[in-house]
Ligand binder design. Structure first.
Ligand code: C2E
Ligand code: MG
Ligand code: MG
Length: 391
């Protein structure tokens, strides 16, 4: 992938417009990709991961509305500008559609495109790779700028994929930067010790939400990511059990996801805490398996009861025979060790069909549902997307 901070994808069926916008954008400081049909567009979204898109609403085979819907399904984080010569009402309803899919819609570029307008708008969206500071993160915790989104985790029930649980994923509603995703601040939180407060927030909020759903008749499991630094506090299992009790939830409803590297550090103390968590009936999942410093030994040294196959493998299943072989082997390995398997990064029906045959106990990915606000979960549980099993 291109590593520059400003990556622009321009989609238009007119080559002269593509050239014009592309040249101006490069002079302003963007790295640019041009697409003049839907296939090129899809390839570029995946491989180039643009930060900004300029999308023409009127295209011959696929229209811009269809592309907006697709971007919604893909969960793209790019900012989107609509370019068109159409009347304001059409543009506004296209923008509304994008917003309702959770996209970052940033307005319009009226055609014919004027050089000065284009330079101004591209300049506005040029992001200096500004990263949040420690002070801002501290304030975010105090001022309730953090929130939790929930991504469905599905399992096969009566021949259909049904939502069995959710993974709570933290987000930061930053006053200037907008919605900030965890990759941009988890390591800062870990370095500064703020990770403890942040994790407390996710646990408290997630468990409260689980209690609320249960009171409304929706019984779900919750998975929460646990930072390495917290697997050192000896009183953690007891604090967690108190929190579950306060919401009248059985401990077995909570799964803690820990990464391999976390499990590697300070093994004796880690094993003490993890074992006590398991004795109390909390679930333990080895997250992001298949990346970084994989150590198979963690699987039998530590009391995990779930293995989570990393999304980088899940995302390759539909196109890579090697990925399919690796995932199939990991599933068998985990099952032979008595662990359940959850495969992440399921983005296509092909990947889902493969995982069903390979025997993945749980699946998680954009194809089954993106991380979403708590209110969107019960409707999804009641009326799951039509994902009939294929086997
Ligand atoms: P993770 O625990 O492996 O979470 C899954 C990540 O993969 C999420 O990104 C999710 O949005 C993304 N994802 C899920 N399905 C798909 C898919 O089909 N395709 C693609 N391309 N991506 C998919 P997110 O929310 O940005 O989280 C990134 C990482 O940040 C998480 O990875 C986790 O390690 C960390 N994180 C998130 N919340 C917390 C938290 O509360 N505490 C700690 N310590 N870490 C957290
Ligand atoms: Mg996780
Ligand atoms: Mg993961």
């Amino acid at each position: 992938m291109d590593n520059s901070a400003n990556r622009l994808l321009v989609v238009d069926d007119q080559p002269d417009i593509l050239d014009f916008v592309g040249q101006v954008a490069e002079s302003v400081g963007y790295s640019v990709r041009l697409a003049n049909d839907a296939r090129q567009f899809r390839d570029a979204v995946r491989a180039f991961q643009p930060t900004l898109m300029i999308l023409d609403l009127q295209m011959p085979q696929t229209d811009g509305i269809e592309l907006i819907r697709e971007l919604g399904m893909l969960g793209t984080r790019a900012t989107i500008l609509i370019s068109s010569g159409m009347d304001q009402r059409v543009l506004q309803s296209a923008e509304q559609l994008g917003l309702s899919h959770g996209l970052k819609m940033a307005g319009f570029l009226q055609k014919p495109i004027m050089l000065a307008d284009l330079e101004a708008i591209l300049g506005q969206h040029l992001c200096a790779p500004r990263v949040p500071t420690e002070e801002e993160l501290r304030r975010a915790i105090d001022r309730a700028q953090l929130l939790v989104h929930y991504q469905p985790k599905c399992t096969l029930r009566d021949g259909r994929w049904a939502v069995a649980g959710v993974e709570g994923l933290i987000r930061w509603e930053h006053p200037e930067l907008g919605l900030v995703y965890p990759d941009a601040f988890i390591s800062l939180a870990e370095k500064t010790g703020l990770i403890a407060a942040l994790t407390d927030f996710v646990l408290q909020e997630g468990i409260r939400q689980l209690g609320l759903w249960r009171a409304q008749g929706t019984n779900l499991d919750l998975s929460v990511n646990l930072s390495p630094h917290l697997v050192r506090e000896l009183d953690f299992p007891d604090r967690l059990a108190d929190l579950m009790r306060a919401h009248q939830l059985p401990n077995s409803r909570l799964m803690l996801e820990i990464t391999e590297t976390a499990a590697l550090e300070d093994p004796a103390r880690t094993r003490d805490i993890l074992t006590r968590l398991r004795v109390k009936d909390f679930g333990l999942s080895l997250d992001d398996f298949g990346t970084g410093f994989s150590s198979l030994t963690q699987l039998y040294r530590m009391p995990f009861n779930e293995l989570k196959v990393d999304k980088s493998l899940g995302m390759e299943l539909h196109q890579s025979g090697e990925a399919r072989t690796i995932v199939r082997s990991l599933i068998d390995l985990a099952h032979n060790l008595g662990l359940r398997v959850c495969t992440e990064g399921v983005e296509t029906p092909g990947a889902l069909a493969f995982l069903e045959t390979a025997g993945s106990d749980y699946v998680q990915g954009y194809y089954l549902g993106r991380p979403m606000a708590a209110t969107a979960i019960p409707p999804l549980v009641a009326d799951p997307p039509a994902l009939a099993a294929t086997a």
